[in-house]
Design a protein around this ligand. Structure first.
Ligand code: ADE
Length: 224
């Protein structure tokens, strides 16, 4: 899989993909992540990529020309499954969308900034608009990082234990059960005995009950 991220503050993303699972995923060539500086596609001396909004009002708007130039450069090289715009007015990100996107070959993530992008970018180039939550970030970079992280960890081969993504919270509309590791007793607090029983069916049953209990308490909306 290849992910191209377009941003006018690429520095915000530089360090993010160089660590841990995301680094290993790239080192093992399961994914390639490229961060593009929108300013490289500007044509003015000062490499401007934004301007005042027509009609007035506070805040700058990202212009269509540099974005169009960048997108067309990428799209001339290969075809993309989706061109995604990260925006607080997009569809709320759900695990099922992440699952679908993890099957893509090539994705473009466009980060907004200031007041966002000229509406014509959305009309002409964007195939999917995604929000990572009902709050406003100062730019789409963190949202793009969140989305890319959630996708990359599902790409086959990226996680060491391939089954571990299957037991994530949300994968089956239930929250994940509690987990424990050594020591068995910490200041009098013991690990539930069933987890040391070695009885796999009982352990599975206990985990399922705990998932149901947690979901009912914390996210009853998931049980419908
Ligand atoms: N850009 C700013 N806020 C955002 C959000 N909540 N989700 C996606 N992109 C954003």
């Amino acid at each position: 899989m290849r992910i191209d991220i377009i941003s006018c503050v690429p520095k915000l993303l530089d360090s993010f993909f160089g660590h841990s699972i995301l680094k290993r995923a790239q080192d093992k060539q399961h994914v390639e992540v490229y961060v593009h500086d929108l300013r490289d596609y500007a044509t003015t001396k000062h490499r401007t990529v934004d301007d005042y909004a027509f009609g007035g009002g506070a805040g700058m708007v990202l212009q269509i020309e540099p974005i169009a130039r960048c997108l067309r450069t990428l799209q001339a090289e290969r075809s993309y499954d989706e061109v995604i715009y990260l925006t607080p007015d997009g569809a709320l990100l759900q695990q099922r969308t992440v699952n679908t996107l993890s099957l893509a070959q090539n994705l473009i993530l466009l980060c907004g900034h200031y007041k966002g992008v000229d509406q014509r970018v959305r009309d002409l180039f964007i195939t999917k608009e995604i929000s990572i939550g009902d709050y406003v970030l100062s730019g789409g970079e963190l949202a793009a990082a969140v989305l890319a992280d959630a996708i990359i960890r599902l790409v086959p081969g990226v996680l060491n234990d391939e089954t571990s993504a299957l037991t994530d919270s949300f994968q089956d509309d239930l929250l994940a059960p509690p987990v424990y590791t050594r020591p068995f007793v910490f200041e009098g607090h013991e690990v539930p005995a069933v987890l040391l029983s070695g009885h796999e069916a009982n352990i599975e049953e206990w985990r399922h009950e705990q998932s149901l209990k947690r979901t009912a308490e914390r996210r009853p909306d998931l049980l419908k």
